[in-house]
Ligand binder design. Structure first.
Ligand SMILES: [Zn+2]
Ligand SMILES: [Zn+2]
Length: 173
């Protein structure tokens, strides 16, 4: 084992790539998406029916600890779920729609600039940076505007006529 030449950057990180690890890494790499552990388990299981859930979860943990994949919570869009992506990608920010859950990736110079500024401001050596931006995508903005309008209309209707007398808990205000 020890005499093996270091063929890839993976080897140089000191991680032995077992078949399971290679499979999971390939799945994460190929998909280019942000998959959660359950997604990954389903995909891995399809390719290798002998793989069980425990192995997949344990393997993910090892890949994460070895710095090969990054674990993200993506603004907790999936509750407690975590998402995985390869660390081989260029650094990027995640732009997450809090309504539909769509995740966009922003690559670009501002991130490199921010990194340099933080380093020089604090004399800090950055190893890992994670940028997440939450908000509403253009599609969801339209839907939300309609919802707000509808809600306002309902409220206006309720206030005019339906309830002529003030509600008791508003008295004395
Ligand atoms: Zn959206
Ligand atoms: Zn990403």
């Amino acid at each position: 084992m020890g005499g093996e030449p270091a063929k890839s950057p993976l080897k140089s990180r000191g991680i032995r790539l077992t078949r399971q690890r290679q499979l999971l890494l390939a799945l994460i790499d190929e998909s280019g998406k942000h998959l959660d552990a359950e997604n990954l388990y389903q995909m891995a299981h399809q390719r290798d029916p002998k793989l069980n859930r425990v192995t997949v979860y344990r393997t993910l943990k090892m890949l994460k600890e070895g710095g090969l994949v990054d674990e993200l919570d993506l603004m907790h869009i999936g509750g407690d779920q975590h998402f995985y992506e390869t660390r081989m990608k260029q650094e990027h920010a995640h732009v997450i729609c809090l309504r539909c859950g769509k995740v966009e990736e922003f690559f670009g110079e501002p991130l490199q600039k921010l990194r340099k500024q933080v380093e020089s401001h604090f004399g800090f050596q950055i190893v890992l940076a994670r940028t997440e931006v939450g908000g509403y995508c253009s599609h969801c903005q339209v839907l939300r505007a309609n919802e707000v309008k509808e809600a306002a209309a309902v409220q206006a209707q309720t206030e005019s006529g339906e309830e002529p007398r003030p509600r008791s808990h508003h008295r004395g205000a």
